[in-house]
Design a protein around this ligand. Structure first.
Ligand code: UDP
Length: 332
C-alpha cells in the first residue's frame, strides 16, 4: 500500500510515517515545512514540499504516485493562537482539508485517516470522555476539527469516502530517531524539558516554566491532561488503515485514560532530569478546558489498540532521551 501522509514532516506525522515504513508500506510525505522539518522525514519516504491550499501541487502528487490511502495530519494546532486568529484555523484545517478530499475523489482514493482532537469536546460534562460525549468546542482549533469531521461524514454518505477520525488527547514522548520540535514551542512537556536542558547547560535564558492557571477545579488547581505516547498514537493509525475497509466511517478517542496535572508533569520531569525546574505562575490560557481525560475503550475493543508506554514517567523519559541524544534536534 502507498500512503500519502499530509503533515508528515511534523511531530506526529513523522513518527506515523516511521511506523508505516516499519510495516513495509510506501509513504509519500506532503508538507509545507511551515512547521515541519525536512530532517524529520526518513529517507525511505518520498518527500514533496507543498501546501494543501495549492491545488495544483496537491493534484500532482495524486497524478505522480498511485496513492491507496491518506493519513491527514497537516493542520494548525495551537489552541491559544486559534483564539486570536480563527481564520487561519478555518482556512488551513477546513478549506485545505476540502481541497484534499476533492483531489481524493478525482483520483479515486477512498480511504482517509484524519487526525482530530479532544478539543472537539470542549469543557467536559463527564469524565472520562467517551466519543458520544457532547461536542461543544471552546476554541476555534477544536471547532475546525469538528467541522472537518462532519465534512468527512458527508463525503462518506454522498461519495463513499471511508474515514476514521482519531481524536488525539495530548501526544508526548519520542521514538528513538524522531521527537518533538515546534517553533515556537507551546507544549508543556517540551517546554519543561528545555528548561531542564538549560538548567544543565547553565544557560540563563528560559529556565522557568510558566504554569497557566492555578485555580482550576482540579486537585492541585492546575489543568489536567491525558498524555499519550506518540508511538502508541502512531500505531493506532496503522490499525485504523488495516481495518478501514470494514469500518467505513468511525470516530475514536486516543488517550491513556489517566490524567496528570501541570504540577505532576513538572515533578515527574524533575525526577527524570535531576534538574531543579523553576516555575512561575501565570494567568490561565484562553480556550483551555480544566480537565481532558479520554475513554479509549472503543478503539481498544474495535481495533485492538493497546498502549505500550502508558505511564507518564516512560513517556517523559523517551522525550528526555531524544533531547539528550539529538542535541541539534532538527537543523532543517
Ligand atoms: N501549560 C502550562 N505552561 C506551559 C504550557 C502549557 O501550564 O508553558 C498547560 C496548559 O495550560 C495545559 C497543559 O499544560 O493545561 C497542556 O498544554 P499543552 O500546550 O501541552 O497541550 P494542550 O492541552 O493545549 O493541547
Amino acid at each position: 500500500m502507498r500512503v500519502l501522509v499530509t503533515g508528515g514532516a511534523g511531530y506526529i506525522g513523522s513518527i506515523t510515517t516511521e511506523e508505516l515504513l516499519k510495516q513495509g508500506q510506501k509513504v509519500v510525505v506532503f508538507d509545507s515545512l511551515q512547521q515541519g522539518h525536512k530532517d524529520a522525514v526518513l529517507p525511505e519516504a518520498v518527500f514533496v514540499q507543498g501546501d494543501l491550499s495549492d491545488k495544483i501541487s496537491l493534484e500532482n502528487v495524486f497524478q505522480s504516485y498511485s496513492i491507496d490511502a491518506v493519513v491527514h495530519l497537516a493542520a494548525e494546532t495551537v489552541v491559544e493562537h486559534s483564539m486570536t486568529d480563527p481564520k487561519k484555523y478555518f482556512h488551513n484545517n477546513v478549506i485545505n482539508g476540502i481541497n484534499l478530499l476533492d483531489s481524493m475523489l478525482k483520483y479515486n482514493v477512498e480511504k482517509i485517516i484524519f487526525s482530530s482532537s479532544a478539543a472537539v469536546y470542549g469543557e467536559p460534562v463527564e469524565t472520562p470522555i467517551q466519543e458520544t460525549h457532547p461536542q461543544n468546542p471552546v476554541n476555534s482549533y477544536g471547532e475546525s476539527k469538528l467541522m472537518f469531521e462532519k465534512i468527512l461524514d458527508w463525503y462518506h454518505r454522498a461519495y463513499g469516502v471511508k474515514y476514521i477520525s482519531l481524536r488525539y488527547f495530548n501526544a508526548a514522548g519520542a521514538s528513538e530517531k524522531l521527537g518533538e520540535e515546534h517553533h515556537p514551542e507551546t507544549h508543556l512537556i517540551p517546554l519543561v524539558l528545555k528548561c531542564a536542558l538549560n538548567y544543565k547547560t547553565e544557560k540563563e535564558a528560559n529556565k522557568k516554566v510558566k504554569i497557566f492557571g492555578t485555580e482550576y477545579p482540579t486537585n492541585d488547581g492546575t489543568c489536567v491532561r491525558d498524555y499519550i505516547h506518540v508511538v502508541d498514537l502512531a500505531k493506532a493509525h496503522i490499525l485504523a488503515l488495516e481495518q478501514i475497509d470494514e469500518l467505513g466511517a468511525r470516530v475514536y478517542n486516543l488517550g491513556n485514560g489517566d490524567g496528570y496535572s501541570v504540577h505532576e508533569v513538572i515533578d515527574t520531569a524533575k525526577k527524570i532530569t535531576g534538574a531543579d525546574i523553576e516555575v512561575v505562575f501565570a494567568s490561565p490560557r484562553r480556550g483551555d478546558p480544566a480537565v481532558l481525560i479520554a475513554s479509549s475503550s472503543r478503539i481498544k475493543e474495535e481495533l485492538g489498540w493497546k498502549p505500550e508506554h502508558k505511564d507518564l514517567e516512560s513517556i517523559i523519559q523517551s522525550a528526555w532521551s531524544w533531547y539528550l541524544n539529538h542535541p541539534e534536534r532538527y537543523s532543517r
